[in-house]
Design a protein around this ligand. Sequence first.
Ligand code: 5GP
Ligand code: ZN
Length: 114
Amino acid sequence: MPTDCLFCRIVAGDIPSTKLHEDDLVIAIRDITPQAPTHVLVLPTAHIASAAELTDADGPLLGHLFVVAASVARQEGLDGGWRLVSNVGDDGGQTVDHLHVHLLGGRPMTWPPG
Ligand code: 5GP
Ligand code: ZN
């Protein structure tokens, strides 16, 4: 676990967060600066820098991550729909280098995102 990684420290419990889901593979936490009425981050407990680092062997992990995201969306009452976004690299808008998926909902989402 990289000790300088913010999300690894959140996974370890060293930095507090509002956890909506937690298991061995994946956690879901509320984003500290929400961009929508529901803004949740779903991330693997293991350190993976971004989606650019994934391999075919991560398929089961990603499947589980999507199932958790859908479950959290249901818990949050996002019956009208929701959006998953994963930013990669500087141009992609990634600011924390630990793979995470933004779950956004509670208002209509615009497209393109800008
Ligand atoms: P990125 O910009 O890498 O796609 O997303 C990083 C997200 O992490 C941002 O939406 C930001 O608000 C969120 N974030 C940054 N620091 C913290 C923190 O300490 N706790 C939580 N829960 N979210 C954070
Ligand atoms: Zn990490």
